[in-house]
Design a protein around this ligand. Structure first.
Ligand code: AMP
Length: 289
């Protein structure tokens, strides 16, 4: 695997490959890789001649304290990427992505404000800005994102459609630990006690799922979800909602449903969701993920 730090070098390498007719798949990450990332990389490996993984802890999408605290382990990541058969690692520093005088942002307006987006609009602006940059630097044919971050996935699909990025967005299912907790780099920051408490998140989502499939009242289901989560004393619910999966709007009925939660455990913010499929997603049979 070749590691590249400079955007211009990355673009050069990709232009040469594409000139030779190779297809390129990109999996953007913040690093501290786990099974969730690896499942996206595996998908990318199957679909493309060349696989690029980016590791960049993006300062535009974090507050200063969370940016500093974000777990990093580039050495371990490189080992994992090598054994996953990745061809290129793009690992720029903030000074390469945002040189002195950087002054542009990419923003999806209305959709970013859905769910808890009103209070973290700046976060999603950071995400769409960095993903737009990665698409322009790497110019992938396909880019892989997890359903674990459902709001982010919806925003990237919208940005790609609205701004005509010539890339196909491919979504991967949420990969979970044995007790159901979604893998996340942030899980490494939990104490053993907090890690045990975190298992209440997938449990609560699972309990609500059949009721959401049955078309239960969304406000009542959200209340029930919050009650279940707060029964675990270490969990502080930041946001919970049952919404239409595409528009992220609770009042839109008839499509697939998304049950979404964001909680704090010991000051660490964890998010999870379940997609209740009634109409098939990407040609899949109705099921839940
Ligand atoms: P991150 O490094 O957390 O920004 O994640 C990079 C990509 O991996 C994003 O597209 C995430 O949605 C995806 N991802 C993170 N956790 C999981 C998971 N448990 N299962 C599947 N995909 C995931």
């Amino acid at each position: 695997m070749k590691t590249i730090r400079k955007p211009a070098t990355m673009t050069q390498a990709m232009v040469a490959l594409r000139h030779a007719g190779a297809s390129v798949g990109l999996a953007p990450t913040l690093g501290r890789l786990h099974e969730g990332h690896l499942s996206l990389i595996k998908k990318a490996r199957r679909d493309n001649d060349t696989v690029v993984v980016s590791i960049f802890v993006n300062p535009l999408q974090f507050k200063a304290k969370a940016y500093k605290a974000y777990p990093r382990d580039l050495e371990a990541d490189i080992k994992l990427l090598n054994s996953a058969g990745v061809d290129f690692l793009f690992a720029p520093g903030p000074e390469q992505m945002y040189p002195e005088g950087f002054d542009s942002r990419v923003e999806v307006i209305d959709l970013a404000g859905k769910l808890e987006g009103k209070s973290i609009r700046w976060h999603y602006r950071g995400v769409t800005t960095v993903v737009a940059k990665l698409f322009n630097i790497i110019r992938p044919d396909r880019a892989y994102f997890g359903r674990k971050d459902a709001h982010q996935l919806a925003l990237i699909r919208k940005m790609v459609a609205d701004l005509n990025f010539p890339v196909k967005i491919i979504a991967g299912p949420t990969i979970r630990a044995r007790d159901g907790l979604a893998h996340s780099s942030r899980n490494t920051l939990l104490t053993p006690e907090e890690r045990m408490a975190a298992a209440a998140i997938p449990k609560a989502l699972l309990a609500i799922e059949p009721k959401a499939r049955g078309g239960g009242d969304r406000t009542a289901l959200t209340r029930e979800l919050v009650t279940m989560l707060t029964a675990e004393p270490l969990i502080k619910v930041d946001f919970a909602a049952v919404v239409d999966a595409e528009t992220l709007d609770p009042s839109v009925m008839g499509g697939n449903t998304l049950i979404h939660v964001a909680v704090f455990i010991g000051g660490k913010r964890l998010t999870d969701n379940r997609l209740v499929v009634s109409h098939g997603v990407d040609g899949s049979k109705p099921a839940s993920r």
